[in-house]
Design a binder for this molecule. Structure first.
Ligand code: G3H
Length: 195
């Protein structure tokens, strides 16, 4: 059976500042991860005649993929990060200061909370459905390079996690999550390539 590899983009300049949304480039650590990821793919998939690399349309995922040379890349708009609407570009601290009602509404129900002019986790879960359909049809391995909220949604689907847990699933930076259908259901392996 073909494995699916899930990873967030390398650390971005905004991750460093705690800012959400935007279309930032990678930090120095993030650039290092891009190299390590290419090396991992090269070694782990060296016997595969076919595989594909799926990214979002945001430049931090394309940059993270750019050293992977042996397999074709596909960009999906539906893999773009949760749309934070009017909060795009703010830090969580700024949201708490300037929009305390929004901050506490999200804290109270992170799954259903929809950013003004943006999305909720429920919206994201619905939006990624076409990607899930395509992933299930693949006959060869796929490496998905995307974003935290997106990967929480994909991971929860494949690992059969309850909806209410989705916004809280740990998807750390610089870590590859390998998911594969095994004899006893879905199996998961994590590779932490750097801190
Ligand atoms: O920029 C968005 C974050 O990756 C999503 O994180 O849903 O835990 O705020 P959050």
């Amino acid at each position: 059976p073909r494995p699916i590899f899930l990873t967030r983009h390398g650390e971005s300049e905004d991750n460093v500042r705690g800012r959400i949304g935007g279309d930032p480039v990678l930090s120095e650590a993030g650039e290092k991860y891009a190299l390590k990821l290419a090396d991992f793919v090269h070694k782990r998939l060296k016997n595969e005649s076919a595989a594909s690399i799926w990214t979002s349309t945001l430049q931090r995922t394309g940059i993270t993929a750019r050293h992977i040379e042996e397999f074709p890349k596909v960009q999906w708009r539906v893999l773009d990060e949760i749309n934070a609407g009017v909060c795009d570009g703010m830090t969580y601290e700024e949201i708490k200061q300037h929009m305390p009602e929004e901050y506490s509404a999200r804290k109270a129900d992170k799954l259903r909370y929809r950013y003004p002019r943006g999305e909720s986790y429920l919206d994201v879960i619905q939006r990624v459905e076409p990607v899930i359909v395509e992933l299930e049809r693949q006959r060869s391995p796929v490496v998905v390079i995307a974003h935290q909220a997106i990967l929480r949604s994909l991971y929860a689907y494949f690992m059969d996690k309850p909806l209410k847990e989705v916004p809280h699933i740990q998807v750390p930076l610089h870590t590859i999550i390998e998911i594969q259908m095994g004899v006893a259901g879905m199996q998961e392996k994590r590779y932490k390539l750097m801190e």
